[in-house]
Design a protein around this ligand. Sequence first.
Ligand SMILES: Cc1cc2nc3c(=O)[nH]c(=O)nc-3n(C[C@H](O)[C@H](O)[C@H](O)COP(=O)(O)O)c2cc1C
Length: 317
Amino acid sequence: MKTIILNFSGRENGNCKSIANFIKEYKNDAKIIDIAKVCKKPCGTCNYECFDIKDCGNTINELYMELIKADLIYFIIPSYCGLTSSLFNIFYEKENAFFHKYEQYSDKYLEIEKKFIFVANYNFEYFYNIASMLNCKDKNDVLFLSSSRYNLKSVNGDLLTSDAVKHTLKNFIFDEISYEKSAMAVVISKNKILCTKEEVFKKEILSLPKGHIENDESIIEAAIRECYEEANVKIQKDDYVTTLTPFTIHFINEKDEPTCKTIIPVLFLNNNVKINNIKEERIKEIELIDIKEFLTKCSYSNVKDVVNEAVLTLLIK
Ligand SMILES: Cc1cc2nc3c(=O)[nH]c(=O)nc-3n(C[C@H](O)[C@H](O)[C@H](O)COP(=O)(O)O)c2cc1C
């Protein structure tokens, strides 16, 4: 099995290089390629010579010729100003030129297993899009290592001093992901929606009541129970309208394991919902708010999608 590890940071001793070395410890015959040594020149004034004649100061052709022979490629990409590093951008621009010349290799390149590690503190959706541009189909093949999550400063390049980071990386290398299932209560009452406010990493989050589905309960029972535990509102099985489209999120759980959680939203209609006292400590506020207002203020885009689907469902019914 031929594994190639691409380091997209220019720093010799930064986080990306340490991550590359860490992977190599487990994959002895893997080859680390520092893109800084290959992609020295960004695009300049030209007439697209790279499309048909030769490399323009970079040894990109040789690099791609090597990549197409790999079975697995790790991309280790640092975030600069919320985006990918310029070294990654140069590499990616040149891909276009290479496959323009050597079209016969493009299917092979697309098929190669690719794993992505982004050293980034925010803009996660953008990075997922970058991974999908390189034909990554499974979000489990994308790992975010955020220094702030481990109370470290990313510019110090000391991410790998954290045992939690090493543990997470090891799980990622060996595909050890924990899977969880949650039910979410979408409770509509007189054109308002029941929502909760809580504090996560010092940020106020407006969302909907949700939580683990226990082994012995159905999705509807779990949504009803979570609604009671988190929002102190008792809804009934009779209020059930339908189960909406599930969505999946990825994060690191409290045991520092990469986790893939599927959230199944359940729609209820009850025009007599009353707000009671808060009983769950984590929750800062329970509110019935106008659906339109919720859609502008809700913290998560996937929860907004759920509520839009709920509104459409109720309109049709
Ligand atoms: C100019 C510059 C801008 C940066 N912008 C961001 C950023 O927007 N988001 C982020 O999470 N990290 C940012 N960082 C931190 C880098 O992602 C971090 O230092 C990373 O570890 C760099 O990889 P390296 O340690 O292998 O060099 C920035 C670093 C530099 C030098």
